[in-house]
Design a protein around this ligand. Sequence first.
Ligand code: URA
Length: 270
Amino acid sequence: MTARRGGKGRRESPADAAGGTAGIRINRYLSMCGIASRRKAEELVLAGSVRVNGEVVRDLALRVSPGRDAVEVDGKRVRVVAARLYLVLNKPKDSITTLSDERGRTTVMSMVRARERVYPVGRLDRNTTGVLLLTNDGTFAHRLMHPRFEVPKSYRVSCDRSLAREDLERLRAGVPLEDGRTAPADVALLPGGRGKEIGITIHEGRNRQVRRMFEALGYGVLRLDRVAYGPVTKEGLARGGTRSLTRAEVRALKKLAGYTDDELLAARQE
Ligand code: URA
């Protein structure tokens, strides 16, 4: 095997001779594969769960070469995942949340330049503007969208007429829609909006949910802008502009999406 032991009797390579740093320590490699934190990965090695090129390894000083050494955990081959990317786009009007469009309409993907392919987390309607997250981390996207975690999403709604007091209460309590009553939402009239500008935070992500809630009560939605997804806002981003999420934002989103402390630690060490 090309894997190298850090201790006595290891096979020497030119890189080793120059400083002993060829390959990646086995525990770090496993965390780069998204298997576990480095500390948990050491436990897996010591427990005999890890094979390199077919041989069980228990030496924590072992170094492996990605792409060259075949590493298995409990009999399953593991591979280093691509660098994870987390972006926010300030989606403009008249753009669609699909990867490509055979009718030649503008897609959100045409506004994103990234080293790796990324995908939108959920979707916004063609004429909804604002915060759209994109990532290549499938678990992250899946968990953010999972109804169990109730990740909050906030919108500014511009209505065609002033919202009646009782309708504000209805939006808060839940509106019956064809796919069931909506969960309680935070709703407030926005200052200076003459009752037609409303802030609403929902904890679900059904298709066209906000528009349908207002339409069910007899209001037309003139504009819909997502101002926040969890802690992420579009502050300072021009329409059509993107930026990477900060580490703190990714971590806060992961917490909202139910990541355990160990999962957060593993992600930090990748
Ligand atoms: N609710 C809607 O009605 N549309 C969106 O794009 C997002 C939430």
